[in-house]
Design a protein around this ligand. Structure first.
Ligand SMILES: Nc1ncnc2c1ncn2[C@@H]1O[C@H](COP(=O)(O)OP(=O)(O)OP(=O)(O)O)[C@@H](O)[C@H]1O
Length: 213
């Protein structure tokens, strides 16, 4: 995987994000204090926010190129994004949420059966979303993102709402997913333990800028 972020800039009211880097690690941790710009950066990579300057190139595909007026919409980027609040649909059951983004892109597409097995979702599928625990909802949201066959998966503090016992139970699912589907991930967290357990490389944001390691 190669993700180039070239001179990405976004000015919000009292905050400026300014990032240039190239990522190639299988799982990159994105670390930084609250308000340092982690979610903003994920949203720019996912295409939800348009930067005011810069370029994003994933492998050989230009996703955003502001000087050239290129901005591929989120649904066409093949970038999976699991936001902090999961964004599950409350009116759909677990199964309908899971299959929502399913897209058989090619013979190599991620198939529902394998995701259900790997994330141990089979007993949850008929349940309303409101009757799932935080960790179960997290696994459905992760499965939904995987079924869109993304080339990159963005995870925004996926374990932050879970207690330590659940964190230890859920973290291995992320590792298993990476090992099985080889989808590169950017994993946002405040937690040193998660970085150490999961990530191959760590980027630190401070006030909208990446810090040297
Ligand atoms: N729509 C907006 N308008 C103005 N400022 C915003 C907007 N969205 C975010 N910000 C500001 O941008 C900065 C970065 O926010 P962001 O959510 O990216 O931080 P974060 O590192 O993800 O924080 P947390 O760890 O608390 O989730 C913050 O100062 C925030 O107040």
């Amino acid at each position: 995987m190669s993700l180039k972020l070239e001179n990405l800039t976004l000015q919000l009211a009292e905050f400026t994000l300014s990032v240039s880097t190239q990522l190639s690690a299988p799982i990159t941790g994105l670390f930084g204090r609250s308000g340092s710009g982690k979610t903003t950066l994920l949203e720019i990579i996912a295409g939800i926010r348009r930067p005011s300057a810069g370029r994003i190139v994933l492998n050989d595909q230009t996703l955003t190129d502001i000087p050239q007026n290129v901005h591929i919409p989120p649904a066409k980027r093949q970038v999976g994004y699991v936001p902090q609040d999961l964004a599950l649909f409350p009116h759909l059951n677990a199964s309908a949420n899971l299959h929502y983004g399913f897209r058989a892109v090619s013979a190599n597409s991620t198939l529902p059966g394998r995701v259900i097995e790997l994330l141990e979702l089979s007993t949850l599928l008929s349940r309303p979303i409101q009757r799932l625990s935080g960790g179960e909802q997290q696994r459905i949201a992760l499965g939904r993102a995987l079924l869109a066959s993304p080339k990159l998966l963005l995870l925004d503090e996926p374990l932050s709402s879970l207690d330590d016992r659940l964190k230890e139970r859920i973290l291995p699912y992320f590792k298993a997913i990476h090992d099985e589907f080889k989808i590169p991930m950017i994993y946002v967290t405040h937690c040193q333990w998660e970085l150490t357990k999961l990530c191959d490389e760590v980027l630190t944001l401070h006030q909208g800028q990446l810090q040297p390691n």
